[in-house]
Unconditional design. Sequence first.
Lengths: 367, 428
Amino acid sequence: MNFKFSQDQEMMRDSAKRLLADLSTYAAVHKILDSDATHDANLWKQMAEAGWLSTAIPEEYGGAGMGYLELAVLAEEMGKALACTPFASSIYFAAELIKAAGSESQKTTYLPKLAMGESIATVAYAEKGRIDAAGVQVKAQGGKLTGTKSPVADGLCADLVIVSARDDQGVSLYLVDLNAGGVSREPVATMDRTRKQARLTFNGAQGELLGQAGQGGALLDAASYKVAALLAFEQVGGAQDAMEMATQYAKERYAFGRPIGSFQAIKHRIADMFVKVEMARSSAYYAAWALESAPEKLHQAASAARVMGIDAYSFAAQENVQIHGGIGFTWEANPHLHMKRAKHLESLLGGGIVWRERLMRSMEAAA
Amino acid sequence: MDFNDTPQEAEFRAEANRWLSQNAKPRSESGNMMSMFAESEGGDLRGEAEWQMVREAQAWQRKKADAGWGVITWPKKYGGRGGNIMQSVIWGQEESKFETPANIFMIGIGMAGPTIMTHGTNEQKDRYLPPMLRGEEVWCQLFSEPGAGSDLAGLRTRAVKDGNDWIINGQKVWTSGAHYSKWGILVTRHDPTLPKHKGLTYFIVDMESPGIEVRPIRQITGGANFNEVFFNDVRIPDSNRLGAVGQGWAVSITTLMNERMSIGGGGGLFGGDNGLGSIIALLRGLTVDGRPALEHDAVRQKMAEFAARFKGLELTGYRTLSALSQGAMPGSESSIMKLAMGLLVQEMAAFIMELQAASGVLTDKQETLMEAMWQQAYLGIPAIRIAGGTDEVQRNIIGERILGLPTDIRLDKNVPFNEVPTGASKKG
């Protein structure tokens, strides 16, 4: 048993840390928060140039042909730095769906563009917030899509969207070129303005079937475990940063003539954050390993990692605001960035209720 | 990153399993979990039944030692296997699959042994470690006192030098197994005029020495594994001092770090990967308010949460051990394990008792799930949350030693111990 990332993976982490420390500062995140920018375009461009997007895309489709452990390392650092990019939508989710279900020509057409960052893709699976396939109302007839998807993370900046739609075979996935017409997009107000979301309305847009007709629900379900495992790393990274922020503040802020971190009321809450973060980190590591090397364990491992990731991040993010006291409630301070990002990451794929039930089912299946 | 055994690890596991299969019975489903609570079983264990338990434990330990499985990580010259930490974890996982006698060697092998190895003289190592490993001599811990628990360094048992001996007077408490132990590890105060951490000295004491009186304490479980131990002019030769005079605190810390490790750590607590699966299998027979328990979402949500936390805890333990096996220094990580484990098992026990409805409170083995194991856990777990440092002490360790948060203000730190205010001195 070896619980460590390899030396090469750790080198990758170091260079990711450097790039993010330069570009994804709290000031930079605040800038996206306060603007209508769909994402941090400069950061995205630099990530593409550094080859991050191509990490887990096979070489024959223009990728670097590395694995999910490398992607996990990047995810943890992006979560820690609150990176404001469509990475999860385009890479963990859309590229993985195309890898898993795309025809040879679809892979050849789309994957190199996603790997290079020439195109941004996302997945439109929610309708009025409902995320299960049974709730899909968007229709596809002869490849033409009609209906509304909302919310769609990164729907404002994406070039390509994978849409779940109901056709005569049930629910199927369709690739839609968002620049080709027949779709209108508008922003929907979201708490986490560093990760903008959209409402997409399809008025006869041309879709291209992805995977077998009628398999849309199953494909999304399978992909969701991969995305959950990787998002768990973003959650661990975010929780770690919130905890470090709280620790730093507790050392510097004085009250009653002493640093507030010397009071057990504060110290013990940060210690509880630490315990949750470390347990979530171990769970995420296990899920990444399952994703890379032990697919038969992925359902259980990814479900557990997501349950632990959601819990650690929401606890650390919320309590960090409280430990900061009054300043923590202001827009200009940084704690609220994590409080909002934690909810954003939880809202993708459904929250703890959904994943605890999934974990339970995978355990019953194994028992 | 790889959670599978390496070929060498797989070979070691197979070898361990082969030996265990030839020498022990596989555990039954319900016996698969939490054998650590065996000692919390109610009823009066004292007497012949307890001695029988001790003899069985000793026989099993000797059998293991004869075959080279006594302690995996200890050097061969003390009878160990000279193996590594991962092998020790694997051994623990495999052994937990078999019916084995209660482990009464945790204080010796788990705590006193590593302390002697770190701070002892060569003569002390040669004298104490081999019989400890073979289970021939059982050890107990003489740290806590009625007035010194979390504030262990506030202990008052006195050691006064007299020629080549020390004379000990005072009282210890919470001493598991004192009545069947040959040796004790003892922290004393040799100089009350020094600040409290500086006036401590650590000894190995023969529990058969004149002047030692052991009295049982009945615990909330109903059992009486604990004792209070009185010292009345007990002589200890200076050659039984462990570490220098005045180094007692540093030596104690070594013991306590190992204690946390052995309480929180270790694999196979729930029988590994499928342990929680077997709990679910047992819940299949229960109904809650007329419906099968597993059809209640509230039950499903809670059990899944427990499972995720349990797996996270188990993995964190392995992550720490994996780092240690690659040369990392042992740190304060065991505090995470102990803190999280105590809380988790307490919540689980309470919940699983709730699911048993009218039988929840019963300790009758035939009327309860898994032969009242969860009821035993419910009563036994408060001790886990206290021993080796309470939850609050663990949070201080995490906050201060890992995260670097400032220490609390301490009124007693740099003053002579005999000038530290106490409740008693206030009243007086």
